[in-house]
Design a protein around this ligand. Structure first.
Ligand code: PLP
Length: 386
């Protein structure tokens, strides 16, 4: 497995060894329930506090503004339901056409339960239509939920500016920052964002742990009712080892933020330059917009993304077509469709997503091996005319 070239870090990341080392004692040696009264359990509780402080620091939040959850999806649902419970008379919600299924499917369900939803469109480059967004905000609007950065295109939305707009109108604002955290600077103390979701497995912590930021003083009601864990804001005995790992990963993400925006970004740019120089009709999606430093969505016209993935897989190169959740279906993803990418290009779209563990040698290998793959596939395509 060591020869794999893993360029699918927006799907999930490898747990960092340094994270794993901090987690391991909490499976066997420090197994106590952090809510128990005896002193060894107090040590476990103390490590939860450290993790909460570290995640708070990653986000520019105070520790008591952080609630640990089981994943990004749970954080998203919790935020939306908390807002709707706080403003029960308001039945309108706003989001974008390019959210992750964690938000899309939640809103589709709410539409069957009497809520109306405005889905703000994006343009060909993946940028939000700010005019439609502004016009969609009404007295009826309970919550606006807009992702900080898109998982497929990497395009960054101006959520700090949007939070100003919503705050002035008394509307709650939530952002899904699952892909943004650890890749771009976030300082919630300087924004008017009310709630924010993140997930451990996108920043080299394990799968199955997430966090929700809830701004101090915000009216909040729990999604999971149960024990008094998380200050009564999320029932369920804490996933201690994973939370400890998440805290460490958050600390490391902050330390590596500059590297992410210099070395990792340079790897991404090297890949894009190398591929677009060697492959005709290769389009970088969202190129003119602010983008995550680690993400590249490239459409290779007149080829099937699945075929590219299979041929790269034979060489040990891992990437994805659209998002992990949409690959497997023949339809181009809802994100690519919302961006209006022509059918012939959307089908051949590959997302490459980097992490601090990638190297220049890996990029050069892909730049050498992918052009002949595309050429071969195009030769088989009835639509390709050279
Ligand atoms: N939101 C975005 C933007 C994501 O990319 C993902 C995962 O891919 C999620 C939410 C869901 O996170 P989790 O897998 O932790 O539930």
């Amino acid at each position: 497995m060591n020869n794999l070239i893993y360029l699918d870090n927006n799907a999930t990341t490898q747990v960092d060894k340094r994270v794993l080392d901090e987690m391991l004692p909490f499976f066997h040696d420090y197994y106590w329930n952090p809510s128990s009264m005896y002193s060894p359990a107090g040590e476990v509780a103390q490590n939860l506090r450290i993790a909460r402080r570290r995640i708070g620091k990653l986000l520019g939040a105070t520790p008591d503004e952080i609630i640990f959850t089981s994943c990004g999806t749970e954080s998203d649902s919790t935020a939306v339901y908390a807002a709707l419970a706080a403003l029960p008379e308001k039945k309108h919600i706003v989001t974008t056409r390019v959210e992750h299924p964690a938000i899309m499917n939640l809103y589709a369900d709410l539409e069957t339960k009497g809520y109306s939803v405005t889905y703000v469109p994006v343009n060909r480059e993946g940028a939000l239509d700010m005019r439609v967004l502004e016009e969609s905000l009404t007295e009826e609007t309970a919550i606006v939920s807009i992702m900080w950065a898109n998982n497929e295109s990497g395009v960054i939305f101006p959520v700090e500016r949007i939070a100003e707009m919503t705050a002035e109108k008394g509307i709650l604002f939530h952002t899904d920052a699952v892909q943004a955290a650890g890749k771009i600077p976030i300082d919630l103390s300087r924004t008017r964002i009310d709630m924010l979701s993140i997930s451990g497995h996108k920043i080299h912590a394990p799968k199955g742990v997430g966090a929700l930021y809830v701004r101090k003083g915000l009216k909040y009601s729990p999604f999971l009712l149960g024990g008094h864990q998380e200050g009564g804001r999320r029932g369920g005995t804490e996933n201690v080892a994973s939370i400890v790992g998440f805290g460490k990963a958050g600390e490391l993400a902050l330390e590596h933020l500059e590297e992410e925006n210099t070395r990792v970004k340079a790897l991404r740019d090297r890949l894009e330059r190398g591929l677009t120089q060697r492959i005709p009709k290769a389009i970088i999606n969202g190129e003119s917009e602010p983008r995550l430093p680690n993400t590249s969505s490239i459409s290779f016209e007149y080829v099937e993304g699945e075929a590219i993935l299979l041929m790269m897989d034979e060489l040990g190169i891992c990437a994805s077509s659209g998002s992990a959740c949409t690959s497997g279906s023949l339809e181009p993803s809802h994100v690519l469709r919302a961006m209006g990418i022509p059918f012939t290009a959307a089908h051949g779209t590959i997302r490459f997503s980097f992490s601090i563990f990638n190297t220049e040698e890996e990029v050069d290998f892909v730049v050498e091996k992918l052009p002949p793959i595309i050429e071969k596939l195009r030769e088989m395509s009835p639509f390709w005319e050279g």
